[in-house]
Design a binder for this molecule. Structure first.
Ligand SMILES: *[C@@H]1O[C@H](CO)[C@@H](O)[C@H](O)[C@H]1NC(C)=O
Ligand SMILES: *[C@@H]1O[C@H](CO)[C@@H](O)[C@H](O)[C@H]1NC(C)=O
Ligand SMILES: *[C@@H]1O[C@H](CO)[C@@H](O)[C@H](O)[C@H]1NC(C)=O
Ligand SMILES: *[C@@H]1O[C@H](CO)[C@@H](O)[C@H](O)[C@H]1NC(C)=O
Ligand SMILES: *[C@@H]1O[C@H](CO)[C@@H](O)[C@H](O)[C@H]1NC(C)=O
Length: 388
């Protein structure tokens, strides 16, 4: 079996180091132990912002969420802040981003990632939550996005422990940070994608909302091993239908779209553009998008002109792709999302009554200021807005 791989673009910041449990807390001298425990919230002298008010957690509840993932550096300076309601800060902590987001009324939330084997122990959960809460308070943040993409067996102790973790995290954050937000990332469908058997209804009830990762939809391919879209239109909508059918309110679902695509090396590229790919199994499926690699939208847009096919549109998957030949003479096929494919999906947000939209990840666009790139970047932000 192929080793599990990050389900996220390579630009993804490294995993956080292991969370210290109570055992470690117990080793700390008393004054430090006090520091590590929840403290009352005060925007005091430690506020890094120009105005102390900017260190206060956001209270406003937007009618429509635009939930963005940021993985670091300063590209956020070029984001469309007229739309953003929440920034999930997956990069290094940046107080300048925090102050700026707060000045725009946007929340900034932590990344929550933990080994599921550990959270079966209620004491471990308690210390993990206390540590995250303290971090959020120290950094003047507004909540946490729990991103667990690990395998869970349906009848395992991890199944209930995960729901408990989400519930306990939400209770603690809501109690300790007024107006705070706790969210959870789920796969494009609730049907055991990547062997993630989670209690989706329980988790949805236990947090503010779910971020549905409507991408990496070829992580498990059970049919032919051919290159296909990262987020095909019908498959994406099937996922929302299934979440809603289980009884999850559409108001608990934010649609996640990809700002990256996949570059596949073709073993064979037929005249009608069928690209056969290597068989790379993933969690039980014979082939997977692991045969390709993830590419940010900005890189894809620079590559189109040197393609052998020009930009093509697949009517069945409602997604663009192109072919190119690498210097070694191998053909590649690149599947991605552009304003056209994204706006088709966005049109369903209102139809389903979803809570909002978001993307993995905001850094993927070209913010260099180059004239053509600037227009492409603006267009990608613009299509997030539902048409009224
Ligand atoms: C789930 O169960 C299978 C089969 O019993 C086992 O091989 C696998 O390691 C389990 N996975 C986890 C994450 O516990
Ligand atoms: C999911 O979690 C909820 C809340 O803990 C619980 O009531 C429910 O029975 C669980 N559902 C399943 C299918 O395990
Ligand atoms: C590979 O592609 C060529 C060119 O389109 C085609 O003639 C051939 O049948 C394909 N081979 C396989 C094994 O699919
Ligand atoms: C690609 O080619 C088109 C048409 O020639 C041109 O307008 C565009 O600027 C080119 N894009 C890039 C990124 O070079
Ligand atoms: C997509 O869904 C529509 C509506 O259910 C259906 O008519 C169409 O055939 C589907 N397309 C594909 C490629 O599955």
């Amino acid at each position: 079996m192929a080793p599990p791989r990050p389900r996220r673009p390579p630009l993804f910041a490294g995993r956080q180091s292991a969370v210290p449990g109570l055992a470690l807390l117990a080793l700390l001298p008393m004054p430090m132990l006090a520091l590590a425990l929840p403290r009352p919230l005060t925007a005091g002298a430690d506020c890094p912002c120009s105005e102390p008010a900017l260190c206060r957690p956001i209270q406003h509840r937007p009618a429509f969420e635009v939930f963005i993932f940021d993985i670091g550096q300063k590209t956020w300076k070029s984001y469309d802040w007229s739309q953003i309601t929440t920034v999930a800060a997956f990069g290094k902590y940046d107080s300048e981003l925090l102050c700026y987001a707060h000045s725009k009324g946007a929340r900034v939330v932590l990344k929550g990632d933990v080994s599921l084997r550990d959270i079966v122990d209620p004491t471990f959960r308690e210390s993990w939550i206390a540590q995250k809460l303290d971090l959020a308070k120290t950094q003047h943040m507004d909540g946490i996005n729990i991103d667990i993409e690990q395998e869970v067996n349906c009848s395992s102790p991890e199944y209930d422990a995960l729901t408990a973790l989400v519930k306990e995290t939400t209770d603690s954050f809501h109690r300790e940070i007024e107006g705070s937000q706790v969210t959870f990332d789920v796969a494009w469908s609730p049907k055991n994608i990547d062997r993630r058997c989670y209690n989706y209804t329980g988790i949805a009830d236990a947090c503010d909302f779910l971020f549905v990762m409507s991408y990496d939809e070829q992580s498990q391919v059970w049919s032919e091993c051919i290159a296909a879209a990262n987020a095909p239109y019908n498959q994406t909508l099937t996922g929302y239908n299934d979440y809603i059918k289980m009884g999850i309110s559409p108001k608990k679902l934010v649609m996640g779209i990809p700002w990256y695509g996949y570059d596949y090396t073709c073993l064979n590229l037929s005249e009608d553009h069928v690209c056969t790919i290597a068989k790379v199994p993933f969690r039980g499926a014979p082939c997977s998008d692991a045969a390709g690699h993830q590419v940010p939208y900005k890189t894809i847009m620079k590559q189109i002109n040197s393609s052998t096919s020009g930009s093509q549109w697949d009517k069945d998957q409602q997604a663009p792709y192109f072919n190119y030949k690498d210097p070694a003479g191998h053909f590649h096929q690149v599947w991605y999302d552009n304003p056209q494919s994204i706006s088709l999906k966005v049109a369903n947000i209102q139809k389903y009554g979803l809570r909002g939209i978001g993307m993995w990840n905001a850094n993927c666009l070209d913010y260099s200021g180059d004239v053509i790139a600037k227009q492409q970047t603006e267009e990608m932000w613009k299509v997030l807005k539902p048409k009224l």
